[in-house]
Design a protein around this ligand. Structure first.
Ligand SMILES: N[C@@H](CCC(=O)N[C@@H](CSC=O)C(=O)NCC(=O)O)C(=O)O
Length: 280
């Protein structure tokens, strides 16, 4: 992989890399924050999955996470949200909720998407292997968090890999993508018309089917324009309750879907992950 930028930040480094991604059949960029502790030791690593329309840079420039990552001695890896490049197919109408910037963290099975859109494999296998090979992280101490489409990604990746992640958290996640317009459009395109195939990437369905979760924290703004139609936090609360899963899922009055909301609670999320990542 090739470093494309480095900036000093809270005595650590905000870094950006590019590399050829075999799982996505294209060149990808990702960002990494390394805390000061990484100069002398391997540090735990937290993967941030962004939402629709984002690249790896939205989180880096808007969430204000670096101060907290530096305090807790945690690296944060922020990947892009889809394969990229002139050859990569996009939504035929250029819509923001499918194709470029909207990979939904699944492995597409339908052509032409299946030749590039394998974001699940990229996030679960290829990127962590690359990070562990080249950066001073402790690959045995990993957690995952994300926003909206990325919150869906974080939840489903934690659910599908029991024992791998120490903790999972999400801001305004798409909790039941098989039951909302964003998810129905994306899953029809990437996975085909058989709705049974979609369930493997639906957090509420996976929890209801008995999948295990590490400690879970979710924040959801009550003034989020997408809450009623797309996100369905109540269904996540109900699914956890039905399975006796003790999750910290909170509604936040007046907060919307934006990075202002994320920046307001990012410190609490990183402290939550730090507790799990530092436990023996
Ligand atoms: N049409 C809107 C919707 C895009 C949007 O709100 N994107 C969110 C994530 S939504 C779910 O995955 C986002 O994080 N945007 C980037 C940002 O920096 O705020 C639009 O295009 O605005």
């Amino acid at each position: 992989m090739e470093k494309v930028s480095e900036v000093r930040c809270f005595d650590g480094w905000q870094l950006r890399y590019k590399h050829r991604a075999a799982s996505l059949n294209c060149v990808m960029h990702f960002s990494v924050y390394l805390p000061p502790h990484a100069e002398t030791q391997r540090v735990p690593v937290l993967y941030w999955l962004s939402g629709l329309t984002c690249t790896d840079e939205n989180f880096v420039t808007k969430a204000g996470a670096q101060r907290y990552a530096a305090e807790h001695g945690i690296a944060i890896v922020a990947p892009d949200t889809s394969p990229r490049g002139d050859n990569v197919p996009d939504d035929p109408e250029g819509a923001y909720d499918f194709g470029l910037g909207a990979g939904f963290y699944v492995n597409a099975t339908q052509p032409p998407w299946s030749s590039y859109y394998r974001m699940y494999d990229y996030i679960v296998d290829e990127l962590p292997a690359l990070v562990a090979e080249h950066l001073p992280v402790d690959a045995g101490r990993e957690s995952v968090f994300g926003h909206s489409m990325g919150g869906h990604g974080a939840l489903t990746i934690a659910l599908k890999n029991p024992g791998r992640f120490r903790s999972v958290s999400a801001f305004a996640p798409i909790c039941a993508p098989t039951q909302c317009p964003w998810g129905e459009k994306a899953f029809t395109g990437y996975l085909g018309n058989n709705r049974e195939d979609w369930q493997a990437y639906d957090a509420v369905e996976l929890i209801t089917a008995g999948a295990r979760l590490p400690p879970l924290k979710v924040d959801q703004g009550r003034s989020d324009n997408f809450l009623a139609e797309q996100l369905h936090a109540d269904r996540l609360i109900q699914a956890c309750k039905a399975k006796g899963i003790a999750a910290d899922i909170q509604y936040r009055d007046d907060y919307d879907h934006s990075y202002f909301f994320i920046a307001s609670f990012i410190g609490e999320h990183i402290a939550f992950h730090s507790a799990a990542l530092s436990a023996q």
